[in-house]
Design a protein around this ligand. Structure first.
Ligand code: ATP
Length: 370
């Protein structure tokens, strides 16, 4: 179990993490979600004793990371897959880590097998694609057979087959009773991988609940309504009538309306009374991705100037609503990141089939995914 209490981290004037309290339990996959720059990596670094909290504390099994006896055998982590000596082969990199922690050398080939890098084990890691580097980082995390595993954006750079493999690996590690904490900025991925979600925005807790609960509490219901194509008069008449009836009407890119605040039968009655024909009237639920976007929309640092989901209203779940987001055209800055990797060691999860790196893994274009 990982437990954070009032965790706060300031870098000068910048508050990266503010008063964060949560628990990460064993036996399930806990997704750690937040937009770029929301404080996920900073939190993980504090869990691993790589950064000192300004306030608060975080423990693993009741102890601070630095108090753990032979920590790499208890905690495995993938923080930054690039934090590898590029001149070393994958096998030598893992051998060095194993030697530092008193892990038998035979374990290295086991984890290379788990992550599907046996075929390139003798190659220098600097020739690895981002996807292969991620696999090597995951191998390092598994090296000590730790009960607690932290993965910072583990699917970064992986192709769809690799993503599926990571997903299954996370689930299997949790099914073995381990504590698995996985960060991502993609709700779609976490919805498929995690059992529980911790969502942060601008360093503050926005939600701490099961995936099911998150969906139930955050998915906004709406109706899609379409009037006959090319009849602007009917469109305008219906918009006015629905608005007068208390509905909120937004245009969809395909010309339909998205209506919130009115049940479907009422929309039908309003349209009938206004003598507007309908080509479509259907119930919808905002997707999990939309719920997440709605929740974090005020906490996004880096955003394009147009927001296609501007019409969605989703309530905040915990604490004060984040301050209004500012529109910006800047892309995510990564220059500050000083990633490090905390090796663990592990027995390979028996049933986690590991596809080898694919053609997509070998391409160099994976950076575009972050
Ligand atoms: N060493 C540092 N010095 C100054 N600011 C930092 C430092 N590390 C992080 N920050 C700032 O703290 C905030 C949180 O960064 P962090 O990397 O933890 O976010 P993140 O959620 O992991 O983002 P991403 O999804 O982009 O990886 C950012 O605004 C970042 O610029």
């Amino acid at each position: 179990m990982i437990e954070a209490v009032g965790l706060t981290k300031r870098y000068g004037a910048k508050t990266a993490v503010h008063n964060l309290s949560f628990r990460v339990r064993p036996g399930i996959v806990t997704g750690f979600l937040g937009p770029n720059g929301s404080g996920k990596s900073t939190t993980m670094r504090m869990i691993l004793g790589l950064d000192e909290p300004t306030h608060g504390h975080v423990t693993i099994g009741g102890l601070h990371f630095r108090q753990l006896a032979n920590a790499p055998r208890q905690v495995g982590a993938l923080l930054d897959a690039k934090a590898v000596h590029g001149g070393r082969s994958a096998r030598n990199h893992l051998l060095c880590l194993a030697q530092l922690s008193g892990i038998p050398a035979g374990r290295v080939d086991e984890v290379l097998g788990v992550v599907g890098l046996q075929g390139v084990a003798g190659k220098r890691s600097k020739s690895f694609s981002l996807g292969m580097g991620q696999r090597l980082g995951i191998a390092a995390a598994l090296l000590g057979d730790p009960q607690v595993l932290l993965f910072d954006e583990p699917v970064n750079g992986l192709d769809p087959e690799g993503i599926l493999w990571v997903r299954n690996l996370m689930k299997q590690l949790a099914a073995e009773g381990r504590t698995v904490f996985v960060s991502s900025h993609l709700m779609s991925e976490m919805a498929l991988t995690a059992d529980h979600l911790i969502v942060i925005g601008r360093g503050q807790l926005l939600a701490d609940m099961s995936v099911q609960e998150f969906i139930a509490r955050n998915s906004a219901s709406f109706a899609r309504v379409r009037t006959p194509d090319g009849n602007d008069g009917e469109r305008e008449k219906l918009t006015a009538a629905l608005t007068a009836a208390g509905g909120e009407v937004h245009s969809e890119p395909d010309g339909a309306f998205r209506v919130t605040g009115l049940p479907l039968p009422r929309i039908s009655d309003v349209a009938h009374a206004a003598q507007v024909r309908l080509w479509e009237l259907s119930p919808h639920h905002a997707s999990l991705e939309e719920a997440y976007m709605g929740m974090t929309q005020g906490a996004v640092d880096y955003r394009a100037t147009t927001d296609p989901r501007a019409g969605l209203h989703v309530p905040h779940v915990t604490g004060e609503p984040p301050t209004a987001g500012r529109a910006a055209t800047g892309l995510r800055p990564d220059a500050h990141r000083a990633g490090a990797q905390q090796p663990g060691q592990a027995h390979p999860p028996a049933a986690a089939g590991a596809p080898g790196p694919t053609a997509r893994d070998h391409r160099d274009s994976e950076d575009e995914q972050r």
